[in-house]
Design a protein around this ligand. Sequence first.
Ligand SMILES: Cc1cc2nc3c(=O)[nH]c(=O)nc-3n(C[C@H](O)[C@H](O)[C@H](O)COP(=O)(O)OP(=O)(O)OC[C@H]3O[C@@H](n4cnc5c(N)ncnc54)[C@H](O)[C@@H]3O)c2cc1C
Length: 381
Amino acid sequence: MKDLDILIVGAGIAGLTAAALLKKEGAEPTIIEREKAEDYNRSGYMLGLLPLGGRVLTALDLQNSYFNHSIEMQQYEIHKEDGTLNKAYSLDFINKTYGSYRGIARQELIDILLSKLNKTRIIFGNTVKEIENTDHKVQVKFSWDEFSEYDVVIIADGMHSETRKLLWDHNEYEYVDTHWGGWVEWLEGHELKAYKEYWGASSFMGLYPVKDKIGVFLGGPVKLIKKEGVAQFSKKIKRDVLPEYKILQNALEQFQKSDHPFFWEFYDVRTPEWRKGKVILLGDAACGFLPTAGVGASMAMDSAAALVDELTRTDKHHIEYGLRLFEKRQKERVEKAQTDSRNLGSLMFVKSNVLAGIRDYAIRFYTLRELVKNISKTMEG
Ligand SMILES: Cc1cc2nc3c(=O)[nH]c(=O)nc-3n(C[C@H](O)[C@H](O)[C@H](O)COP(=O)(O)OP(=O)(O)OC[C@H]3O[C@@H](n4cnc5c(N)ncnc54)[C@H](O)[C@@H]3O)c2cc1C
């Protein structure tokens, strides 16, 4: 591993996880990150991390700091728009069987991963301009017009990967747009141990706790909610919430106070081929997720672990074979989890009252394992 020259594009969850694992194996990857150092790791939102991701932090001896900066989730609840509980699922079977299912702020997770990368070279405020596979290496031209050669290039620059475009034609990956989206805000001063979602007709809300605060999502069909704007839409939704559901009321009030909450459009992306020569896609750049099953970050970490595992068994003359084995091992597993997220999306993103009523009735007969059957299987191996 020490001999491998590795470039990682993107210092997000996938890129940093891969870098930390590579470093543990003796490699010294270079990371290039588009954000300037002073703007980096500012995007604050909440993550639910399944044991698939948590186990990777255990492998990096980071379990203590992970546990100190996150909280264990005990329940997943689906409510109606007015706040009444429709169905509650205990998360005990995950916590007891597979490992702790935890809520963490993205910024905290990034900092925890960075703690393993003290002397790793991260080049901030720059990107890759050109990539070319040559016989033995990958030649890269950076945005500051310098060239370098690497044995492997890992593209981990997220759902809207610009670097992927340098080698993959636009018809070699497919975005799916749900035409739904919404705003994200923090609600301070509340503690919860349950994910609470509020499935309406043309509206969706979620409360996702992390340590000391709650990430709140409010959304619906993009055209409709953008036209109304966050203040008006949250006011409208609040009118239907029963007075006893204080936390939901508070969360909606938070949106009325905020100027420019982060707006998130629900796309996902699938790339049938993750590899071109000695260049490999990782995380959302390979297969990006809808937020519905809360599994994108966990799968990105799970894939980073699989990739590094394959690279540790590969010498510089057989990189393509190693990457091929990684793709074979991981792609179907990740795409199946993505399918669960899509299926959940079609239950959540309902516009008509009639369909929402049928869904609300039917959901009572589903177990959690049935709702996310591929992810359940993935946790089994
Ligand atoms: C609001 C929100 C809530 C979410 N909730 C959950 C959840 O509960 N559970 C879950 O598992 N997942 C969740 N996700 C999804 C999760 O965040 C992603 O799946 C995960 O971050 C993917 O990791 P990644 O490293 O592939 O991409 P990212 O984490 O997006 O990292 C990409 C990195 O590449 C950098 N970059 C971008 N372009 C370039 C370029 N051209 N050159 C160099 N660097 C570049 C970016 O600045 C960034 O640092 C959520 C996402 C959002 C937005």
